[in-house]
Design a protein around this ligand. Sequence first.
Ligand SMILES: NC(=O)c1ccc[n+]([C@@H]2O[C@H](COP(=O)([O-])OP(=O)(O)OC[C@H]3O[C@@H](n4cnc5c(N)ncnc54)[C@H](O)[C@@H]3O)[C@@H](O)[C@H]2O)c1
Length: 251
Amino acid sequence: MGKLENRVAFVTGGASGLGKAQAVRFAEEGAKVVVADRNEQGAMEVAGIITAEGGAAKGVAVDVTDADSVAAAVAAALDAFGRIDILSNTAGLFDQFKPTLDTDPATWDAVVAVNLTAVYTVTNAVLPHMIAAGRGVVLNIASGAGLRGGGGGAAYTSTKHAVVGYTRQLSADYGNQGIRINAIAPGLIDTPMVAHFSHDEDTLANLRRQPAGRLGRPSDVANAAVFLVSDDADFIHAVTLPVDGGLVETL
Ligand SMILES: NC(=O)c1ccc[n+]([C@@H]2O[C@H](COP(=O)([O-])OP(=O)(O)OC[C@H]3O[C@@H](n4cnc5c(N)ncnc54)[C@H](O)[C@@H]3O)[C@@H](O)[C@H]2O)c1
């Protein structure tokens, strides 16, 4: 018996990296999964991986920065599986460590739109259905850059700090209506988002000095996500769990 039997999960950013890993792991634990991404082909491929393993999944094209697109994706999810029990806000955009003076307004707006405003938009689209059902779990993928400076650029670090705050406030406002909201703060994880520097010798040398001594794997985050969205974490609300090999606690 999986930890997520009879649950329906909606995963944004599900076509790649941490979203893909969560979608696949959630399905392994018995969840029916809606793989939502602006990369429609990627979303369909991940849904195909899940169904090929005997799971239930649906790929959905969505631009999380567009409220109409989000509403349509949520409607498609409800149409396919009847409800949404688990929302994982995972879609994100990196800003390549740009300091504020190197951040043009278009970059700032794009990063805020995906990493922060979209978390609000998708949550607001899903939460009423959870409240009506009397239960639900929201997991926001923040970042170590949401807990400390130095893990991203000005826009990325600002949005990830805001996601940590949003997680706390959602919990304060909706926790006692049967909704559990938490976040994960991944460290450096081996995904396409960071592939352009994560295997550099300098980066790997830095990682070797840290407690876990290695680059994170998408499965490291997906395993923590399964725990946080499952009933095993029933008494855990409003936390941002670092999954970073010990990085932020040993800086
Ligand atoms: N990889 C890391 O080291 C790391 C560390 C800390 C936090 N994170 C966070 O984890 C999350 C996932 O990152 P990843 O490493 O898997 O990156 P990734 O680039 O592999 O995947 C991100 C996914 O989000 C999707 N996406 C982007 N904008 C979208 C939009 N407007 N609408 C719908 N989908 C959109 C992309 O198509 C992609 O499939 C992000 O929020 C990221 O900030 C990653």
